[in-house]
Design a protein around this ligand. Structure first.
Ligand code: DP6
Length: 327
């Protein structure tokens, strides 16, 4: 093994159509429910990891700025996991660039830890297949397990480290877009990790939502396979609003809705009344992602602008994570 080795990987953000919300095992990041996502072409993370021979503190840069505190510890803890698997010591230098606002409910941790898993393992000389990479990425952030794959991905909740991983979902000819309504891209008040823990521990609605998730997943998987946008959208919207209901019932409540969020959700209902297939989903933040046919994207963006005056971005189905440079 040479003294200094590095690799660069790009991974795209994914947005869950059936959500992951709540861990059964925080250490292994095992979720309560299986989830299913669409990887987006418009947002990604590019991460370079260099392992050095000498000992010392890891250096972690995000968008050119060193990160500190809990986010830094999450990355260095993850690097420790990779180092121990590879039997490597020595410090790491990580440079990560996000095309997606970090921590604003735009799933930056999904692309972030998928890119980190791929770059760090390659830099360590580990040659991992997609399933093993998905399991590894999961340890950094649950949703990252799905960003190893392009298209649509199903993360099996599993019951241990081995059985909890994502895999691609067949989706021949299914090519919807998500119109992302950027209601607010500021860093969110409660991060998803803390919000999810509070929900599991205190929300009386959490267990009923978990119980309903298996049927949502089955319906979603079948609807994706037959490229049925209306069923995909209906299930995605009810599953996401149900997840937010569990948060609103947490004690104290976790509320990610802003006034403009509600205005956008109203606009989506209006669009449907007018015969447009448009369906909303939301993650741990106030932004709304609207699933629709590509041909309707401009119409949906106009409706969002009229209702809430916020900018939009259109994202199609994106590719799998990939290595860019390996030395
Ligand atoms: C609402 O994957 O960010 O986006 O595992 O604690 O890092 P950690 O959580 P994270 O949570 C994502 C939650 C969600 C829904 C989803 O992506 O399935």
């Amino acid at each position: 093994m040479t003294d200094e080795v590095q690799a660069t990987a790009i991974a795209h953000v994914n947005v869950a159509l059936v959500k992951y919300w709540g861990k059964r095992d925080a250490e292994l990041v095992l979720p309560w429910t299986s989830s299913l996502s669409m990887t987006l072409d418009a947002f990604w993370t590019n991460t370079t990891v260099r392992f050095c021979a000498e000992a010392g503190e890891d250096e972690v840069m995000l968008d050119g700025v060193p990160i500190t505190g809990v986010p830094r510890r999450r990355v260095t803890g993850f690097l420790d996991l990779v180092r121990s698997r590879a039997g490597r010591t020595g410090r790491a230098v990580v440079h990560s660039v996000n095309t997606v606002p970090t921590g604003a409910g735009l799933a930056s941790s999904s692309s972030g830890f998928a890119a980190l898993a791929m770059a760090a393992s390659a830099a360590c000389g580990l040659s991992l297949d997609a399933t093993v990479l998905s399991r590894l990425a999961r340890r950094g952030s649950g949703s990252a397990s799905r960003s190893i794959f392009g298209g649509f991905a199903l993360w099996h909740a599993g019951h241990d480290d081995e059985s909890s991983y994502a895999e691609p979902v067949p989706s021949v000819g299914f090519d919807p877009v998500m119109v992302v309504a950027l209601v607010d891209t500021a860093h969110k008040a409660v991060n998803s990790r803390d919000a999810m823990l509070r929900t599991v521990e205190t929300s009386p609605l959490f267990r009923p939502w978990v119980d309903s998730a298996a049927a949502d997943l089955k319906e979603m998987r079948d609807a994706v396979a037959r490229a049925d946008l209306d069923t995909v959208g209906e299930v995605a919207e009810r599953n996401a609003l149900g997840m937010h209901a569990t948060m609103l019932a947490a004690r104290p409540a976790v509320r990610y809705f802003a006034p403009a969020t509600v205005a956008v959700l109203d606009a989506v209902l209006e669009l449907r009344r007018a015969g447009v297939s448009a369906y909303a989903t939301m993650d741990a933040g106030p932004n709304v992602k609207i699933l629709c046919h590509r041909a309707d994207a401009a119409l949906v963006a106009e409706a969002v602008d009229a209702a809430a005056g916020c900018p939009t971005m259109v994202a199609g189905v994106g590719p799998a994570a990939r290595l860019v440079v390996e030395l």
